[in-house]
Unconditional design. Structure first.
Length: 157
């Protein structure tokens, strides 16, 4: 772990805790994207430096940005996987109140025949791996991710 990465991780941790405080008071509306990256029976999970839960690559939608464009951008920013936004399949929108805000999560899927190469920045994202569907529910998952995966696994396995 390099000192610059450690410093940036602490900035993310402090920023997230301040965000939670703000969101708890003001309960803002927000909109974001989550991307389930599948390869055969494995899904790509990530761990952010500032959260306890494992999750999918995700992030916010910029003003005027279409959700599929945001999803492709976030997938590249978080794990360095480049995709055409039109290849992403929209699964649904979920209301998330887990972090005190009124967050609409637009969930997308993409399926690969072989595992794409990925890379984490060791700043915002500190871990990523393709996890077998038989093992994924053993992780401490972000609630919306857990709900999506339970539904997906019930329908496909």
């Amino acid at each position: 772990m390099t000192m610059p990465n450690l410093i940036i991780q602490w900035i993310y941790i402090i920023g997230y805790k301040l965000g939670l405080f703000f969101w708890r008071i003001f309960k803002p509306l927000s909109s974001g994207v989550y991307i389930a990256v599948w390869c055969k029976n494995k899904v790509l999970l990530i761990k952010n430096s500032y959260k306890n839960d494992y999750t999918l690559p995700s992030g916010g939608i910029k003003k005027g940005e279409r959700p599929n464009i945001a999803a492709a951008r976030e997938l590249f920013e978080e794990v360095n996987i480049k995709v055409n936004p039109d290849e992403l399949k929209f699964i649904g929108a979920y209301l998330n109140r887990y972090e005190y805000k009124r967050d609409t999560i637009n969930l997308f899927e993409i399926h690969f025949k072989s595992e794409p190469a990925f890379k984490v920045d060791n700043r915002e994202v500190i871990w990523a791996a393709f996890i077998d569907s038989a093992d994924v529910m053993r992780f401490q998952l972000f609630p919306t991710v857990r709900m999506y995966l339970q539904k997906y696994l019930n329908e496909n396995f």
